[in-house]
Write a protein that binds this ligand. Structure first.
Ligand code: NAD
Length: 376
């Protein structure tokens, strides 16, 4: 399936390349974040844009999917300048058809600041289509300030969605989340908030990886302690951890003998090279596109269920959509309840269809969304 629009941009100052892919335009608009990562390709952006289209279907939102990205290191001191020039070059899209937000390597505050500096409002394209919806944007801005137990809702909602999805899938498999063993790759926004959910729900998180390696403890890690020992980039300061915690490599977390594996870091980490070694009974995609097509075929043949990214990690999108498309007030409890109900329904539907037809949950969802994958 060809994308609706693809752009390629070169930064006149640094020569960094940037891409916008609008996978589908629905109701005149498409939504998708802007990421920044050294080594990013247009192909990766296109796969992520298609995943956004699928996420819109999961939550039944009347808009299309998009994604943008810049091949540049976010830790570079002039990364904000590159981001702003990229958004400015795409101003006509942002005015009329494309809504963007933060993503891997970018921060919501920087996106909002850049949009403001180039003379655009939050969700400008949405207001362009629905000029009467100014009050919904006000509600969205209020929702972005909500907190749950002192944590901003926007920072915990994706991990909450991963947790809810996992808990429902475990129930469907005849297991309880209490006592289930979990391994998580990534301890940033998604991985850390998912770990909190699992810890509060009584699961035993035995392994967590950041870019440096996997921290492992057979008896279960102390998640509140790990949360205190991590920085804003999801890096864990090992000097603050108990001596009994083992240090393994950053891919060892993938092949441990656990009930649940949550890849919540980068793309394509489970692939034809290592899929045969995965021992978890359930894999829940906290990250976007963490499993290649070949990798997932191997997992399916091994009887491992995979809950796809476009169901498991839609939490952030769910928060925006709850306000803009479902008319919910900016109330954390109402937004979380709505998300829980939507994700439980999507999870059970995908698992039951998969079981009935002998296919993967991802293929089952593709059938009901009447779409097809972009191959990795
Ligand atoms: N942030 C969100 O709201 C959100 C929503 C949906 C999907 N996602 C997806 O989830 C994934 C993670 O996003 P995030 O916002 O949590 O990122 P983040 O930058 O906050 O954290 C990434 C984490 O992964 C670790 N990491 C990076 N490379 C690694 C590697 N090779 N091995 C092990 N660990 C590694 C980092 O050390 C860090 O702990 C991305 O695929 C992103 O697209 C994010």
């Amino acid at each position: 399936m060809a994308a609706y629009i693809k752009t390629e941009w070169t930064d006149p100052v640094t020569n960094a390349k940037g891409y916008l892919v609008i996978d589908t335009l629905k109701g005149g608009i498409a939504s998708g974040g802007t990421r920044m990562r050294k080594g990013l390709t247009q192909k990766e952006v296109a796969r992520l844009a298609h995943t956004m289209t699928l996420k819109m279907s999961t939550l039944d939102y009347p808009i299309g999917g998009a994604k943008a990205g810049i091949d540049y290191s976010p830790s570079n001191p002039d990364s904000y300048g590159v981001l702003k020039r990229f958004l400015e070059a795409h101003k006509p899209y942002l005015e009329q058809v494309w809504i963007t937000s933060d993503d891997l390597g970018t921060r919501l505050e920087d996106i909002a600041r850049a949009l403001n500096e180039i003379g655009l409002k939050t969700a400008n394209a949405y207001l362009n289509q629905y000029p009467e919806a100014e009050n919904l944007i006000e509600n969205l801005n209020k929702a972005l300030k909500l907190t749950v137990n002192s944590v901003p809702l926007i920072h915990m909602i994706t991990g909450y969605g991963v947790g809810v999805t996992t808990q429902k899938a475990l129930e469907w498999l005849g297991r309880e989340v209490t006592g289930a063993t979990v391994s998580i790759q990534g301890f940033g926004s998604v991985g850390a908030s998912a770990a909190s959910y699992f810890s509060n729900a009584g699961a035993k998180v035995v392994a967590i990886a950041d870019i440096e390696g996997t921290v492992f403890c057979e008896d279960g890690l102390d998640i509140p302690l790990l949360l205190k020992a991590k920085d804003e980039y999801g890096y864990i300061d090992r000097s603050r951890l108990p001596k009994a915690y083992l240090n393994l490599t950053n891919t060892d977390c993938l092949t441990l003998n656990v009930d649940v594996l949550v890849p919540a870091a980068v793309a394509d980490v489970i692939n034809k090279e290592n899929a045969q070694d995965i021992k978890a009974k359930l894999v829940v995609e906290g990250a976007n596109i963490p499993i290649t097509t070949e990798g997932e075929k191997i997992l399916t043949n091994k009887g491992i269920y995979v809950i796809p990214d476009f169901i498991a990690n839609v939490g952030g999108l769910g928060m925006f959509g709850a306000i803009l498309f479902k008319n919910l007030p900016p109330n954390a409890e109402k937004i979380l309840d709505y998300l829980k109900e939507s994700l439980e329904r999507a999870t059970i539907h995908a698992l039951s269809q998969a079981n009935e037809e002998g296919i993967s949950p991802r293929e089952a969802a593709y059938r009901s969304y009447k779409t097809e994958p972009i191959r990795s």
